[in-house]
Design a protein around this ligand. Structure first.
Ligand SMILES: Cc1cc2nc3c(=O)[nH]c(=O)nc-3n(C[C@H](O)[C@H](O)[C@H](O)COP(=O)(O)OP(=O)(O)OC[C@H]3O[C@@H](n4cnc5c(N)ncnc54)[C@H](O)[C@@H]3O)c2cc1C
Length: 411
């Protein structure tokens, strides 16, 4: 059995950011990650302007940006063959007027490398949490299966950062409220040439939409289908999918040969949901475990990181004081509860505001595209943004910085 101040379940963006910040603040932290590495093809690869600003605050910005990345400065929508700028990051405040596109495993490896410099940090890979340790009603740690057998971690605080299918949430008997999302996504790569458009393009056609994300020598491609529609698309055959992509983006004709079999296509189920209460005695849930985000706007990673920054800032003084013998256990756990609800209170507004926008986009744009056999007319706000470019800056701000950006120090 191991003892730690904080046990973090899940080494995704929320878990790794939280762990490095807590370890930096002098706490002992153990992260349990069920996979052996951070390599997963379907992870969002966006590092938002707000995260880059956090890296600067931590003094890691220049080293972080020496890792290979692309800069996403403009998000465009293609309607009826015409391109409209939806978000223009050159209008952002601050040093980083772009979203960096970097494989998420590089980002997580970077955080793990930084965290390893602090003596209190432990990362247990290939270790899947499957149970909670309890002392009466209070969670006091987790049990897991690791490469060398059973693992038991006792902790003053357990934080569930284990994503939208959170095992900790299930073990607590908590249920998220689903808000419905009209779509699922087929995720694949297509070759990109240097003459192709840069940035991110959202292309609509009758009953279908395509998102092309410039990743240097390839496009990360999201083919948007109606919710639950994968079996139908698959039954229609790979050739039909390839033809549809070429119709939506004629410049890609021929390059769709890269799709050789359905093994090259990942189906990603889109979910938007939220917990009413993000904590229980001795345990906090953040990131997708508390609120699954749709890929619309590509903001889920940013919200997960922002939750982690707020949690580390709010909880560290309390956890450190208890460590220094400044509080008796009973009083510690009582006041821990109020600190956990402070974290939720702080992050509720940005989460709800972002989900409201995602749901509005889902109804106003995605559903209309997917349900129609005609091309979608240009949505009103996109036409307006063409006339009032300041609106393109506001959209960029909502995506690249988000509501209520967090800072490492100061409340
Ligand atoms: C199709 C699609 C595309 C997306 N694209 C983007 C995008 O471009 N940009 C963006 O910002 N967001 C995007 N998102 C959303 C984004 O992926 C999530 O919001 C974000 O990853 C949440 O981070 P997290 O750390 O909370 O959870 P996750 O990234 O899900 O990390 C959870 C971690 O916990 C681990 N884990 C799970 N269970 C256990 C267990 N029992 N024991 C130990 N470890 C466990 C997992 O292996 C994983 O490493 C997309 C979502 C979808 C569906």
């Amino acid at each position: 059995m191991q003892q730690t101040d904080v046990c973090v379940v899940g080494g995704g963006p929320a878990g790794m950011m939280l762990a490095v910040l807590l370890a930096r603040n002098g706490l002992s932290v153990t992260v349990l990650e069920k996979h052996a590495d951070f390599l997963r093809d379907f992870r969002g690869d966006t590092i938002h302007s707000s995260t880059l600003a956090l890296m600067d605050e931590l003094g890691w910005g220049d080293e972080f940006l020496s890792l290979p990345h692309q800069k996403l400065r403009r998000l465009s929508g293609v309607f009826g063959g015409e391109t409209y700028t939806v978000a223009d990051c050159s209008r952002l405040p601050g040093r980083h007027r772009y979203i960096a596109l970097m494989p998420q495993w590089d980002f997580l490896d970077f955080l793990a490398g930084r965290a390893q410099q602090y003596p209190g940090f432990t990362l247990l890979r290939s270790t899947k949490v499957d149970g909670l340790l309890r002392d009466g009603p209070r969670v006091v740690g987790v049990t897991a299966e690791g490469p060398d057998g059973r693992v038991e971690i006792r902790a003053r605080l357990t934080v569930a950062c284990d994503g939208r299918h959170s095992d900790v949430r299930r073990l607590l008997g908590m249920k998220s409220r689903p808000f419905g999302a009209p779509m699922d996504v087929l995720w694949f790569r297509l070759p990109r040439k240097s003459t192709d458009p840069e940035g991110l393009s959202f292309i609509t056609g009758p009953g279908v939409a395509l998102v092309l994300i410039d990743r240097g020598d390839y496009f990360q491609t999201a083919y948007v289908i109606p919710k639950g529609g994968y079996d139908g698309v698959r039954a229609a055959g790979l050739e039909r999918l390839v033809d549809s992509v070429a119709q939506l983006a004629p410049s890609l004709t021929g390059r769709t040969d890269a799709l050789k079999s359905w093994d090259d296509v990942h189906v990603l189920t889109v979910v938007i949901d939220r917990l009413r209460r993000w904590h229980a005695p001795g345990v906090l849930l953040i990131g997708d475990a508390a609120h699954a985000m749709s890929p619309m706007g590509g903001v889920g990673v940013n919200l997960a990181i922002q939750d982690a920054v707020a949690a580390a800032r709010i909880l560290s003084p309390h956890l450190l004081a208890a460590r220094d013998g400044g509080a008796i256990p009973g009083a510690f756990f009582k006041s821990l509860e109020s600190q956990l609800s402070r974290v939720q209170a702080r992050r509720t507004f940005p989460t709800i505001a972002t989900q409201v926008l995602q749901r509005a986009l889902g109804r106003g744009v995605i559903s209309r595209v997917l349900e129609s056999d005609k091309p979608l007319p240009v949505p009103g706000f996109i036409k307006l943004a063409r006339r009032l470019p300041a609106l393109q800056g506001l959209t960029a701000r909502a995506i690249a910085i988000g509501f209520l950006p967090e800072h490492v120090g100061g409340a």
